[in-house]
Design a protein around this ligand. Structure first.
Ligand SMILES: [Zn+2]
Ligand SMILES: [Zn+2]
Length: 348
């Protein structure tokens, strides 16, 4: 008789069902993880609505931590009982992008929780190549390896000069990870803008030197504080108007980092003369690329604190509620919602 496990399955656009699925057995090179926590992310909401090429039925959830439950033949890096986290993005290693080291752009990209079963179940399978030992961390902290790995890739792209001043729009979970990533990468004073006062209070606790709510005279207020502009301007909002406003707030020789996920097809107006004349750099940063180790090191060193970002913990039956919370950001003070498949109680 096959063992079964509970899973939250997206069965059709907008529909989550609780189902019993067979517990998967690890094949050669594969690791079975007993899921401790899976973070809920904007990507899950897109998948719920059938975007990103979602194929149903789908067990979503790609921000996964847990303990190794079983390993297949040839697994070298972890053994049963090890605390682990995963890089959910699987790549072929053979395509144009992979052969240039840009694995997150793989033409044959697959991902746990996106095209393959993910972490909204009590167990999940992952190739050992994408499993990282997470000793020295709590399993809650380890669940942040993927989103923080995205920030780490952004920092590898940006390479801020030591002592840079920085500006971050957006103080949701990703914005506050970005803020801390900037600090851990040598930025000095970091200013955060967000409409929700509670999020700004958290930003200050985590080291923001200035926090502001957006209003009509925001630009003037920011330039009062930093008359030459910021060495780094960035956003974790995905709002095109925010991106459009960044160059004017950037100091000569500075960089604009586009980190949020804007609607596909949105456009903004930029002044080529301004980019040219003030030596500005505009950078994009997509997903993560071999940056889980850096993320885990920031966490181990206490350079990035994720504990206060965990505002809700829900069982598998709470996946639908968690996605609804994502759909109304700022409501209920939600930062990061963790799904804990083995913890039936709700400790919001
Ligand atoms: Zn994510
Ligand atoms: Zn590839």
């Amino acid at each position: 008789m096959t063992r079964t496990m509970p899973a939250a399955v997206i069965t059709a656009p907008g529909q989550v069902e609780q189902r019993e699925l067979p517990v998967p057995d690890p094949g050669p090179g594969q690791v079975r993880i007993r899921v401790h926590a899976t973070g809920v992310c904007g990507t899950d909401l897109h998948l719920l609505h059938g975007h990103f090429g979602a194929q149903f039925p789908l067990v979503a959830g790609h921000e996964i931590s847990g303990t190794v439950d079983a390993v297949g033949a040839g697994v070298l890096n972890v053994r049963e009982g090890d605390p682990v986290t995963v890089d959910p993005n699987l790549y072929c290693g053979q395509c144009h992008a992979c052969q240039r080291g840009l694995f997150q752009h793989c033409e044959h990209h697959e991902a746990l929780g996106v095209t393959l079963p993910g972490g909204f179940a009590t167990h999940t399978l992952c190739p050992a190549t994408n499993v990282y030992p997470a000793h020295g961390l709590t399993l809650d902290q380890a669940a942040f390896a993927e989103p923080l790995g995205c920030v780490a890739w952004g920092m590898q792209r940006l390479r801020p000069r030591p002592g840079s001043t920085a500006l971050v729009f957006g103080a949701g979970a990703i914005g506050l990870l970005l803020m801390q990533g900037l600090q851990a990468s040598g930025c000095s004073r970091v200013t955060v803008v967000d409409p929700v006062e509670g999020r700004l209070a958290l930003a200050r606790t985590l080291g923001a030197t200035h926090t502001l709510t957006p209003h009509a005279a925001l630009r003037e207020e920011l330039l009062d504080l930093f008359p030459h502009g910021f060495d780094v301007t960035s956003e974790a909002t995905g709002v095109p108007d925010v991106v459009q406003g960044l160059p004017a707030l950037t100091a000569v020789g500075g960089s604009v980092l586009v980190f949020g996920v804007a609607p596909e097809g949105a456009t903004v107006a930029l002044s080529p003369y301004d980019l040219f004349q003030r030596d500005l750099t505009v950078l994009g940063s997509f997903a993560l690329n071999q940056t889980v180790p850096l993320a885990l090191e920031w966490l181990r060193a206490g350079r990035v604190n994720v504990d206060p970002l965990i505002t809700h913990r829900l069982p598998l039956t709470g996946v639908e509620d968690a996605l609804n919370m994502k759909a109304r950001p700022g409501l209920q003070g939600a930062q990061k919602v963790l799904i804990s498949p083995h913890a039936p109680q709700e400790t919001a």
